[in-house]
Design a protein around this ligand. Structure first.
Ligand code: PHE
Ligand code: NA
Length: 447
């Protein structure tokens, strides 16, 4: 059997992981959800969720991947716990599910890049979104986006994913940075910053009453589950992606340091995107807070239509969004491709094409009707992601246990105390946080 692939360099893994994390979640969802859920107040809750729950959970996924050097499903078996294979199956399934509609939105982005060149959406941005976001147009662009994803993944871990993300990730950061500076110079931007960055702490309340079952009320009942799921989605957790990427990493690399890099960059790009998008809306007098799938597209298209040099800005902006979406989508396809390559040793390009085709098929309903897309997204957020992350956390904390600490500390100069603290956090606070998220999510879904 041939040698399993690995990253060529340490930076290769970090950039690929950052590329996976930084995506549509940061640019398409985060600024708008932040507006919808109360501006900076949501930002505070989100950051607590990302650092307090997302970071320890990412370390758990890294440990599963690097310890086993296998795909997200095989990993659990190889570590000696066949009964926990369902966690991997759920993760891979969730990745498959999410990529199906992620790619549809990726197709919209491609469309809007083209539309910026020709000025197609300038006359009536809302009507344009209605035209291109559903139906055969959306289907064709969904296919095109998927072909791009397959082409990169077909190239392999080192020559495909690593080379691509080495180029993509720095471009995202630099271009968004330039855009943020440019927006800052526009008249009328300043209320956007205070909206985005000054929290209303009175919003941060949650009360529980027992009657006799516990039920929750207060503004946090919506904010917490959304913030936690958004942190999972945004950090690419619960989909086998970080397990898979870490499975190509050597023992000499500090997982701890790498996870911090990913969380910092992911949060920074989300905030940077907010610093571009939210003040831009204020500049154009567009009401933030009207969320929904079309928010980014309709409101930004409206802004670009009215700005001088709107075409150039539009191409550049949607270009960054496209790069970010691609570098995330490849990690989702790699989850399933890695499973197939590990198990059947078949040829990577053919596998990538076949699985890309299946994912394309699953995305057809979302491409034809945005109501389906919303439904796919809601199910992923409220149920699949938290359950899947919870599975990894319980496995690492309570089943695998101590050996996880040894694996975490390999290649790092940290003392055992840090490792044990992490393990106990995972076992207690982090697990409880996810359980609370699920309870609140279920309460809002069904009651
Ligand atoms: N993290 C990506 C984003 O924020 C989405 C993603 C989820 C990518 C899961 C890979 C795995 O857009
Ligand atoms: Na993200």
């Amino acid at each position: 059997m041939s040698q399993r692939e690995t990253w060529a360099t340490r930076a290769g893994f970090i950039l690929a992981a950052v590329g996976s994390a930084v995506g549509l979640g940061n640019i398409w969802q985060f600024p708008f959800k932040t507006s919808e859920y109360g501006g900076a107040t949501f930002l505070v809750v989100y950051l607590v969720a990302a650092i307090g729950i997302g970071l320890p959970a990412m370390l758990a996924e890294f440990v599963v991947g690097r310890k086993s050097n296998l795909n997200a499903i095989g990993a659990f078996e190889k570590l000696g716990f066949r009964n926990w294979k369902w966690v991997g199956v759920l993760g891979v399934g969730t990745g498959f599910w999410i990529l199906s509609y992620y790619s549809v939105v990726g197709g919209w982005v491609l469309r809007y890049m083209g539309g910026s060149v020709t000025g197609a959406y300038f006359a009536d941005p809302a009507a344009y979104f209605g035209q291109v976001s559903a139906g055969l147009d959306a289907l064709a662009l969904h296919a095109l986006f998927m072909i791009l994803v397959v082409a990169i993944v077909a190239g392999g871990v080192e020559d495909g994913i690593e080379k691509a993300t080495k180029l993509m990730v720095p471009s995202i950061v630099v271009i968004l940075g330039v855009l943020a500076v440019w927006v800052f110079t526009l008249p009328g931007a300043s209320p956007g910053y205070s909206y985005f960055l000054s929290p209303d702490l009175s919003q941060l309340s949650l009360s529980v009453s027992f009657d006799p079952l516990p039920s929750f009320s207060g503004p946090l009942t919506d904010i917490i589950p959304f913030a936690v799921s958004q942190a999972f989605f945004s950090l690419s957790l619960g989909m086998g992606a970080m397990i898979t990427y870490a499975s190509y990493v050597g023992e000499d690399q500090s997982l701890f340091g790498d996870s911090i890099t990913v969380v910092v960059f992911n949060s920074a790009v989300g905030i940077l995107a907010g610093l571009v998008v939210i003040p831009l809306l204020f500049v154009q007098g567009i009401e933030p807070g009207s969320g929904g799938a079309g928010a980014l597209f309709v409101s930004l298209a409206t802004a670009f239509a009215e700005l001088p040099a709107g075409r150039v800005v539009g191409v550049v902006f949607f270009g960054v969004v496209l790069i970010a979406a691609l570098s995330s989508a490849i990690s989702l396809l790699e989850v399933v491709v890695s499973y197939a390559v590990d198990n059947y040793g078949a040829r990577r390009p053919q596998i990538a094409a076949a699985l890309g085709g299946l994912i394309f098929l699953l995305g057809i309903p979302s491409a034809l009707d945005t109501a389906w897309l919303g439904w796919f997204d809601t199910l992923a957020y409220q149920l699949l992601l938290p359950v899947s992350v919870l599975g990894v956390l319980v496995f690492i904390g309570w089943v695998f246990g101590r050996p996880a600490v040894d694996e975490l500390l390999n290649g790092s100069s940290l003392g055992g105390g840090v490792g044990m603290t992490w393990l106990w956090l995972v076992r207690t606070v982090v697990v409880l946080g996810v359980v609370l998220t699920l309870a609140l999510g279920v309460q809002t879904l069904f009651f």
